[in-house]
Design a protein around this ligand. Sequence first.
Ligand SMILES: Nc1ncnc2c1ncn2[C@@H]1O[C@H](COP(=O)(O)OP(=O)(O)OP(=O)(O)O)[C@@H](O)[C@H]1O
Length: 593
Amino acid sequence: MNSFKASNCSLPPLIRFLSSHGRRASPRPGILGVFTPRSRLFSGPSSNTFMEVVKTVLMQASATNERVAIRAEQKSYGYLQLGASALNVSNLLHNKYVKGTNGMRYLDGARVGIVAKPSAEFVSGILGTWLCGGVAVPLALSYPEAELFHVMNDSDISMILSTQEHQQLLENVAAKCSSHLSLIPAITSMEQSGSAADNMVAKLIGEIEDSRIAEGDDPALILYTSGTTGKPKGVVHTYKSIISQVQILTEVWEYTCSDRLLHCLPLHHVHGLFNALLAPLYAGAVVEFMPKFSVHGVWQRWQESYPKDGSIADDAITLFTGVPTMYTRLLQGYEKMDLDLQVASASAASKLRLMMCGSSALPYPVLKQWEEITGHRLLERYGMTEFFMALSNPLHGIRKEATVGKALPRVEVKIIPEDGSATGTTEVGELCVRSPSLFKEYWKQPKITKESFIDGGFFKTGDTVMVDEDGYYIILGRTNADIMKVGGYKLSALEIEAVLLEHEVVSECCILGLPDKAYGEVVCAIIVPQPDARRRSEQELKPAISLEELQNWSKEKLAPYKIPTKLFLWDSLPRNAMGKVNKKALKKLLEGQ
Ligand SMILES: Nc1ncnc2c1ncn2[C@@H]1O[C@H](COP(=O)(O)OP(=O)(O)OP(=O)(O)O)[C@@H](O)[C@H]1O
């Protein structure tokens, strides 16, 4: 049942223009470059056609009823400004790369790299690329040079969109990759532009009518995987997969135009791009960027939203989503506050509507402590670049610890046991997903694409999972990185990590299987001790915890074959932008030692 409250929102936002791509009743132009009269393109019986939706948005975004879409660096950008800017970008791309080209009217699926910090310009870069018929490839400013070139060359990017502040860097990059750089014109904020004139709205509608309308199955986006299990692969998504995902998320988490999401995630992965940006914008919410996650900044923003006097600020944050390491750091920040500030912070956090967590396993001690302090049981969900989100704990109902909930609406999942036999509900095996949000293909990798699917169009995730007695899914980990084979037993590294994290000395933990002649693999633990334990160990000149101490403690909690037989104490774990540890790389490193 569609339970979301979008109807309470007077303004369906601009981003709904996507929805028409999958549902337009009238025929599309066919091959790009063949002109189709406007009346044919937009004469659908439903009010959900591309133009009807965009028109409604823009009419409501007029002088009397302007709405904020993005807040960044103390400035607000309305849906109208975003729309106007997206058109500017589309025109810019058109004039520079399409005009005068034989037979072309649009970008015809050419890849456009988008490199900008989280900002209104980033969003307009994506929307503008789509309006001109291009495929958006969000790139991270934080990529090491080698990875940036890998992604740019692999996706055959011919154009880069960026902003003035990165011009010099990107000019060098563009020159090395034989691509062209264009700067996204700075967007006028609402504070600068004042009210929009009605004729501007009408003009905008007219121009958008002339833009490229893509087919549901046309590629729209290439996202690169984190590379935790190998070299990052380009995952091609279509207009259809994108629109179905934003609709599903809006529905299940009840995003509405009354929401305001504090956004602290990278935009080149699905968590930051879909859960925290496109779905909230689709619902008409405000997305407030905090480009660099700051523990102090997040707590402060919540305190400003819900001051001690019990009032609620007009621009109060209602939604937050993060990776587990963010919550760990927020808890560390909380512990350093004085009592007064702790009370104010906990009370403010408790007033948000929803707090979510994902991208990697949420340690139980973090979930527990967060709940004790803020009253929020974090909503844990599971997703992947290839299909965005697939499993989620419920918004209403029981959120079970150590699980990622059940399949989202319109998503089908099944478990394939290793021996390929029929599945039962409690069996362990590989999770397979069929979803309207499934990707189209791996870019230029037809063989890998083919091998990734089984009969019936289910995608093999490469994750080993099991289902509990209530039908909630438990992620045991990446089959080729988290599942260890020790003396005939198959063990989940995530399960052992979750147990060790309960030890008072352990701050962070990573479990790996290292090769062993006798057992196949042995369980190796890398532990980052808590700061107190580290200080004590320096004073006493002995390790924060020894292997023997860890093993003795573990005896009560883990079966003998799950207890680590190797231990490393490190100051930190190497994590990528999404807080993930590349276990394959770590294994290689340790094997070499
Ligand atoms: N809530 C969660 N709990 C445990 N693991 C999760 C959760 N959410 C996502 N994951 C893990 O993240 C993976 C998806 O992340 P992503 O698509 O970025 O791929 P990756 O494994 O990090 O990178 P690559 O595919 O390049 O190896 C999932 O397959 C799963 O292993």
